[in-house]
Ligand binder design. Structure first.
Ligand SMILES: Nc1nc2c(c(=O)[nH]1)N[C@H]1C(S)=C(S)[C@@H](COP(=O)(O)O)O[C@H]1N2
Ligand SMILES: [Mo]
Length: 357
């Protein structure tokens, strides 16, 4: 019977490593997967690819460790279901959903679920696991014992990690082409025809250019208040071009030729304090992000995408283009550039409470 063979294989797998080591592997896997999943929000350049690689390896190792654990403890379902069993069952269900959604996203089987992309769904399910895991550990946590710390077990653990790395590599090859962040390409080099992603509450009316200005202020000697014609290419702030890739954490990316004013030129024109290390960009909606001075200087405040004037959804009249930074930092409908000597930790809260990505 093939089914019996599968279960037989799994239970052999479950006795391959001592149960306490499987449990330790599960806990370590969840810790690594959570840390790298959260960190991936900031992964913007290929030098950050290892974060996503670790995330994937942790995921496939968790699949194996979870199977081994279920083969070992599954029989408890036949006993009476006390609170501890209920928590374990809930934890298993969420873990299976988290792993399956991550795998399905990688394989291209789960692009969209209602309002969420498969990747966003995966992130929420993964986060939902944490409180249930804490409750589970509270009643069931055991540390591995000295007996488990053998050379043999160390070799087996290493072999498991290598197998995980190979399996993750193979899984990625089976799925569609994705950037190292897991994002798929959408509407590159095609003007305004790429996805609009705004947080639910961040949905302003189209900006009336006659009533709009860009303020450059804060630690500057000469504050500026520029109207649309000034940002469209003035002698004081010349037009610049920038090819750059927008990579949204919801799982898509789009690469374009952007045109606008270089932030460095704005800071020069405003005589910004050379010792001020931060620049904060704020939208007409209050949405904001701050960049370190050097990254800000290289950024562009774009008026055009692939030669077309920016559409409202993409931030008309002016949006931040921040090379190497994830999409959520590319503030749309910018009306303020503030030179500061400190970062702005509250920006995280401001972007989070704006709604869902
Ligand atoms: N003001 C404002 N800027 C914003 C957002 C927003 O909700 N409000 N969304 C951000 C996110 S999450 C992304 S991925 C990009 C998307 O840009 P697009 O809608 O032009 O594709 O804009 C960013 N800038
Ligand atoms: Mo985004």
């Amino acid at each position: 019977m093939p089914v019996e063979r599968v279960f037989g294989g799994v239970s052999r797998l479950s006795s391959w490593l001592p149960g306490r080591l499987v449990d330790a592997l599960l806990l370590a896997g969840v810790v690594v997967a959570t840390a790298t999943g959260v960190a991936s929000i900031l992964a913007g350049t290929p030098s950050d690819a290892w974060v996503l690689w670790l995330h994937g390896v942790a995921g496939v190792v968790l699949v194996g460790a979870l199977a081994a654990k279920l083969a070992r403890v599954g029989h408890r379902l036949r006993g009476s279901w006390n609170r501890t069993v209920w928590v374990s069952v809930a934890l298993t269900a969420i873990a299976v959903l988290a792993l399956a959604s991550g795998l399905a996203w990688t394989l291209g089987l789960l692009e969209q679920v209602g309002p969420f992309t498969g990747l966003v769904l995966h992130a929420y399910v993964g986060l939902a696991l944490l409180p249930v895991l804490v409750v589970h550990l509270y009643s069931r946590f055991r540390t591995p014992t000295r007996r488990d710390a053998s050379r043999r077990n160390a070799l087996k653990l290493s072999a498991t990690l290598v197998a995980g790395a190979v399996a993750w590599r193979a899984t990625k090859l089976l799925g569609p082409a994705r950037r190292f962040t897991g994002s798929t390409e959408r509407g590159s080099d095609d003007g305004n025809r790429f996805p609009v992603t705004s947080w639910v509450a961040d949905d302003p009316d189209p900006v009336d250019p006659a009533a709009w200005t860009l303020a450059v202020h804060g630690l500057v000697d000469r504050p500026l208040d520029l109207d649309e014609s000034a940002v469209l290419g003035d002698a004081a702030v010349p037009a610049s071009n920038q090819r750059s890739l927008l990579d949204c954490t919801s799982g898509w990316y789009s690469e374009h030729d952007w045109r606008g004013v270089r932030v460095r030129d704005l800071l020069d024109a405003a005589d910004a304090d050379p010792d001020a290390d931060w620049v904060r960009f704020t939208s007409i909606t209050g949405y904001r992000w701050s960049l370190p001075r050097t990254a800000a200087a290289d950024a562009l405040l774009a008026t055009h995408v692939d030669g077309d004037r920016l559409a409202h959804g993409h931030g008309y009249p002016l949006r931040l283009v921040a090379p190497g930074r994830r999409g959520f930092q590319w503030v749309k409908w910018v009306e303020s550039v503030e030179v500061r000597d400190s970062p702005d930790p509250a920006q995280w809260l401001v972007t989070l409470i704006s709604g869902f990505d």
